[in-house]
Design a protein around this ligand. Sequence first.
Ligand code: GDP
Ligand code: IMO
Ligand code: MG
Length: 431
Amino acid sequence: MPNVVIIGAQWGDEGKGKIVDVYTERADMVVRYQGGHNAGHTVVVGDETFILHLIPSGILHHGKRCVIGNGVVVSPEALVKEMEGLAERQIDVEGRLFISERACVIMPYHVALDLAGEERKGAEAIGTTGRGIGPAYEDKAARSAIRVGDLLDPGAFRDRLEAALEYKNFILERFFGKEPFDELEVFESTMALAERFRGYITDTVSLIQKGIADGQNVLFEGAQGSHLDVDHGTYPFVTSSSTTVGGACTGSGIGPRSIDAVIGITKAYTTRVGGGPFPTELTDKLGDSIREAGGEYGATTGRPRRCGWFDAVVVRQSARVNGLTGMVITKLDVLDGINPLRICTGYTCGGEHYDVLPSGIDELTRCKPIYEEHPGWKESTAGTTRWEDLPGEARSYIKRLEELFEVPVAVVSTGQERNEYIELSDPFKSF
Ligand code: GDP
Ligand code: IMO
Ligand code: MG
């Protein structure tokens, strides 16, 4: 005790990796519960930068146990690549990485279907990461997925693969006009990869539950962000998993009463990568300068991220949908020297006022933000670790955000490094 869930409160890339790394010191176990290697979680330690995609960001702390839960979709290729990349940098995962036997596998044909689907959509494309995430979750919901546990039984795996390919190859060839996959080739390459992690496959549900029963601190690492949630996000410009707090329960096998704190992560401004509505987007020079100052390029695909003003409607909705108990504001330092700052407090659309995001994508696209202006600050906040050392304007900016999203601020992050943050309250100590 306690168990803490980390949730992205915007459209992803809020700095979850950094905060998970900070909080892992206080945890015994870190659990990823949804998404796959579409995630890119950056952790900076001294002059070394690590980008974790599938393995929990807690892995950088020697001795901490890390779990890939049942709600994650696992690409054997991406997993092995990440394990090898960590081993090359002297991060040993042996004996402390656990992979759920219930997690569904991302197969090569899922990647091909993701790419072909996007290509076909043309201008209407979602702008996926092209990692096969959507098609893999489609198979899970259709009850035809291959699960990690199936890889332990080559005969059963081969049968499932045969059944899957009969259908997938038909769609790839006949609908999309793409090359089909050879069953034997897919079988052999997947088996070779599975050999590398078969020893890590286990019943993670029991493992997590035992940890909780033993009084361990468990940290649940969300991927993507609340507005990419398949139910609560800007559908259809979303990912295919439950990125909101319920996903931590279904994706790891715990009940909601085991969760003690739900910490949202938000940037001090807004970014989004891929398609979809973004009311406070800045398409001018200021947007470009925020992108450069914040290094806003995708950690997974390298795509430039779209940048804009802080949208309090977006973050307040996340606070409500997830029942957030605390908020972390990251990248305050990126706003240094910008004056004035603007905060979106609501939208107007067709003469109507909105203080929540409308569910219809066309309506949201037509929404115009209502801004209030806030004085910026000239001083550098980079690396600040004490609240008193922040410029007055920065403190009142944070206080105003807190008022608007209605959740107490727990941490303000002021740089990429592990130790660059101001802590106002500790979710592991408030119980
Ligand atoms: P995640 O997907 O939520 O883990 O976030 P990403 O790693 O994709 O993107 C966040 C980026 O911001 C990374 O490059 C982090 O190193 C960086 N970052 C996190 N917190 C801060 C901060 O407070 N200030 C600055 N300047 N960079 C930060
Ligand atoms: P982290 O965990 C930002 C976006 C994609 C696309 C949409 C669907 O680093 O915050 P998908 O490949 O999931 O089917 O793509 O979701 N997306 C992310 N955006 N950060 C992420 O992860 C993302 N993972 C997916 O850009 O718009
Ligand atoms: Mg990211």
